[in-house]
Design a protein around this ligand. Structure first.
Ligand code: FES
Length: 226
């Protein structure tokens, strides 16, 4: 079978895309060209444009669980967020995202504060936080390593990759390493099934990860932290 218009047989086309954010093999874009040089903490504290909102929870590299949530630039940002919606309840998810960005996780106290700001009960806020697995319910390390063990990744060794991350960080599932750098979690499909095993570390995807690749990834993260 030939490629339309080129006369090239498909089998002759070199495999060039092991994952556009992949960590192995060749691809045309460098990772920093896709993601920017800094993968965490790149959103300005005031949130930038009033319409700007991270689509998912996001974390600063240095998390401070007791940082004031509604003060200074973060208060400005809260007001921008609130100004976007006719009903304050609609601001719940962006405010929770902001809280996780700053504090690294969403504790009961954070849920209470956000609920008070929006006139929502703790039970309502907890219902939202517990629905989304992207909200960390307890503190996590500098690098949150989420290993997919769903069907495609499982067939490609996801369980073994997860075990390698746990062993080489010296942690149990969900625990943070003693140096505060790593928390390893098992997650459901990361929507990168074509590049199994997929691993998400903070906001960054690593694809086609094998057990052999784990030491390199960890040493790269350690040097980034240093
Ligand atoms: S099964 Fe792992 S990314 Fe979909």
């Amino acid at each position: 079978m030939s490629d339309a218009g080129t006369g090239t047989r498909r089998s002759e086309i070199p495999f060039r895309n092991p994952g556009w954010a992949g960590n192995t093999g060749e691809f045309d874009l460098r990772e920093e060209e896709v993601r920017g040089e800094d993968y965490v903490g790149a959103i300005p504290a005031d949130g930038g444009h009033p319409g700007a909102s991270p689509a998912r929870p996001y974390m600063l590299p240095d998390k401070d669980p007791s940082a004031p949530l509604f003060e200074g630039l973060y208060e400005e940002r809260a007001q921008k967020i609130l100004g976007r919606y006719p009903e304050s309840r609609a601001a719940l998810i962006p405010l929770l995202n902001m809280a996780q960005e700053l504090r690294g996780h969403v504790s009961d106290e954070t849920m209470r504060e956000v609920g008070e700001r929006l006139g929502l009960s703790l039970a309502y806020v907890r219902g939202v936080v517990s629905f989304y697995t992207m909200y960390n319910k307890r503190p996590v390390g500098r690098f949150l390593i989420q290993v997919c063990t769903n069907i495609s990744c499982n067939l490609c060794g996801g369980d073994e990759v997860l075990a390698a991350f746990l062993e080489q960080t010296g942690t149990e599932l969900g625990e943070t390493s003693q140096d505060g750098l790593f928390t390893v979690m098992e997650v459901e499909c990361l929507a990168a099934c074509g590049f199994a095993t997929a691993v998400q570390i903070n906001s960054r995807y690593f694809e086609n990860v094998s057990v052999d690749g784990v030491p390199d990834i960890l040493s790269r993260l350690r040097s980034e932290a240093a």
